[in-house]
Design a protein. Structure first.
Length: 210
């Protein structure tokens, strides 16, 4: 079992969701490209929030110092990203792969993350806010996925409940809603795992892609 976790934007909570999902499935986590190393990295955050042992956090293919779009961070760090070399590791348990930002974040001058996902053909979980503007961003992201024939596993909402927003996205986007992760304050491993168990039926992650 493998999933790509992406988002409609950056900073929406897909790392928190990835930590919860990896913990719930007893899986591995892999961040292919990490931009920004001065603060806690996404891999470190997933290890902490998901209580994953070090061997379940797979090393990034690219670690870039600058907290910016990968194509710009690579330029500033004098690193050349070769998207064709990005290949998901083989694991003996579920693998959660987290992208950077949204689907059309550029890796190079000529390729975006969605181009890599199109090559992989791994089911994608799209994380979306529940706040204002999310309908447009989510529907556009679903169009970008389907235009590239990338399998869509479902949408995971993050934030306060917005029933009509969630309903219209499911209806117009013809997509399965996997659940909603509510705001957690404080955000601790225990509260995160409790919320995931209560808001995301594990059976949802055994179903076929849509």
């Amino acid at each position: 079992m493998r999933f790509v976790v992406t988002g409609t934007d950056t900073g929406i909570g897909k790392t928190v969701f990835s930590a919860a999902l990896a913990a719930a499935l007893g899986g591995y986590y892999w961040k292919p490209v990490q931009s920004g190393l001065e603060e806690e990295t996404d891999s470190q955050a997933v290890s902490r929030l998901g209580c994953l042992p070090p061997e379940r956090i797979l090393p990034e293919a690219y670690r870039l110092k600058t907290p910016a779009s990968p194509h710009l961070a690579a330029q500033l760090d004098n690193v050349e990203i070769a998207p064709e070399t990005l290949t998901p590791p083989l694991t003996d348990a579920p693998l959660i792969i987290e992208g950077a930002g949204g689907l059309l974040v550029p890796l190079t001058e000529h390729q975006v993350f969605a181009d890599v996902y199109a090559r992989w053909r791994i089911p994608v979980i799209l994380c979306a806010r529940t706040g204002l503007g999310t309908i447009n961003h989510t529907l556009l992201s679903l169009e970008a996925l389907r235009r590239r024939f990338i399998p869509v596993f479902g949408v995971a909402f993050i934030g306060n409940e917005a029933a009509e927003t969630q309903r219209i996205i499911a209806a117009m986007g013809q997509v399965r809603v996997l659940g909603r992760l509510p705001p957690l304050d404080p955000l601790t491993p225990e509260r995160l795992q409790w919320a995931f168990r209560n808001y995301f039926p594990l059976s949802s992650f055994q179903e076929r892609t849509a």
